[in-house]
Design a binder for this molecule. Sequence first.
Ligand SMILES: Nc1ncnc2c1ncn2[C@@H]1O[C@H](COP(=O)(O)OP(=O)(O)OP(=O)(O)O)[C@@H](O)[C@H]1O
Length: 697
Amino acid sequence: MAAADGTLLHFSEPQAAAPRTLSKPRRARERRQAEATKRKYQASSEAPPAKRRSKTSFLPAKKTAKEAQRTFKGKPQKTFSPKKSSAGTSDRNQEQKPCVKTSSLFKNNPEIPELHRPVVKQVQEKVFTSDAFHELDLHPHLISTINTVLKMSSMTSIQKQSIPVLLEGRDALVRSQTGSGKTLAYCIPVVQSLQAVKAKIQRSDGPYALVLVPTRELALQSFDTVQKLLKPFTWIVPGVLMGGEKRKSEKARLRKGINILISTPGRLVDHIKSTGNLHFSRVRWLILDEADRILDLGFEKDITVILNAVNAECQSRQTVLLSATLTEGVTRLAGISLHNPVSISVLDESHDQSNPKGKAVLEVSPPRTSDELDSFAIPESLDQHVTLVPSKLRLVSLAAFILQKCKFEKDQKMIVFFSSCELVEFHYNLFLQTLLSSSGAPAPGQLPSASTRLKFLRLHGNMEQEERTAVFQEFSHSKTGVLLCTDVAARGLDLPQVKWIVQYNAPSSPAEYIHRIGRTARIGCHGSSLLILAPSEAEYVNSLASHKINVSEIKMEDILSVLTRDDCFKGRRWGSQKSRAVGPQEIRERATVLQTVFEDYVHSNERRVSGAKKALQSFIRAYAAYPRELKHVFHVRSLHLGHVAKSFGLRDAPRNLSVSAVTKRKANLKRQPWVTLTWDGQWAGESEEENTEIERD
Ligand SMILES: Nc1ncnc2c1ncn2[C@@H]1O[C@H](COP(=O)(O)OP(=O)(O)OP(=O)(O)O)[C@@H](O)[C@H]1O
């Protein structure tokens, strides 16, 4: 189909339905749903086609499409029918085929609403105190290890409050902002108390302390800290158990004895069930780091097994729960028993008028108001941003933002969060093949002169453990790089010098938002975050504000404008007119060139097309799984599949895309399909159930 301006529109607006055989009631239901959807589109901001009423809006330009016929090299391209594009040909043949024109990125987009975000006062905490570790009653060797090995002298606020209380033997709920030093707040008391045990601890005694963390990388990180603190106390043996490692060697280490045992819940359950020699009779400490995550539905079964096993052998122990987003509700949910627990948190004077010096607050429960419990502290040095981007422009906007920060600015380290492993894989391969430079001739769809400064890494739960660990170490030690990841990297990881956090898919709860952005601006450093939302999702900003989270807007045009600094995206017309002023028209054209690069890559062979479809499917599945309280913002029926497909480099909306998301029902924990959707120009399918949650990693 040809547009008025000559662009070939392979990618479709709602199309004629493919023939289907349906039962009468199903047909009637679909008709009702189709009508409802139509009404919704008419009312929603995804309604086609409306221009943005912004001063700097990109005006529709007739010549844009012609420019889009060129590759990034500026050479004219022939076109071919997409029907011939892939079936039955080898990768090499496909890669030699000419490219198809890109349909207009800037037409038929929903209007971008003005963002009237309420300005709220964020909860803030004071990170550091002027008090030194040697003021605490700790073993002198422990103090000198903290000073010389960890190179720390003064305590953070949460450490100052927690360490003495934990040394008194109290159960505790410890809550303070991300990157404020909670790991040492529990590690120091554990080491201090165990080194003082009178009949010296023997390795063969087995665990005295059990530390549970939600991910393998966090297990490694916590193990590393404990190991450093134990340097002077060589008779106490730390150990880590985590999925992906060889069970046999873990069993052998358990047999020899581990005194401070750090583990992910799943792996510990494995060993409880299969390793005969794992005993908990000497356990004195049970620590749940990222406790709200560990006690939520995803880990519930495992935690029950662990608690039963520990309770069966040891009657009294000290339990400590820690998280930046800890609420007392989690303890009720999980049925974990705490004995007269103390709540430890750090609040700034702006939040608590009765506490003018911003001192930490110690409370014996019941603690704060529900409003306060719903609002989590955010590091003061963290600048949070949001940008509203129509679906079709999401991919080029993300790429432009990465280029802006990591190619044109020095020493930038960035983490980009996606909602599924498939999405990470897809974007990782795409960016690696298109945005990175290569020596020699560029591959089809590859930019010839992209900077070597760019480095992409990826981390998600479907990777082999060896590679996961290698990536974690590499990104940890690197000064630059872009880490594409799932929420597997959202909690607890302390990755130094990360400057930017990008959330390409919005998180499913304010707590996850806090943890994701908390990978930057740690321990007083400066950092920034960007949340990318579709126009129909603008309401999410209010949802964040209701949790006292403040974001400021960056305009999409400002993100895309970086492309004018990059000659890789030059159209032919602009190439010969160097002195020409940069305007919205040039930005549009360059964005179109970049989108063409992506589409050429995706359509260069059948395998890549199917990878893109798989990623799209996974995106929709994750979208369908937002919790009930966010359904008014993220509803799968407000997605325009054709537009979303474009952000996967697909020229056409896949027909009859069927998405089955899974849910765990609270009552019986059985996973059941809850929504099956098909797209025939409009969404049709089963209606959803409540309380849905998807396995994200
Ligand atoms: N007293 C201190 N002085 C200087 N640096 C510290 C101190 N305590 C901890 N740190 C450093 O601060 C960083 C963040 O600490 P940590 O990872 O324990 O934070 P956290 O509160 O657990 O964060 P999250 O909530 O994200 O898990 C680490 O690099 C740690 O080494």
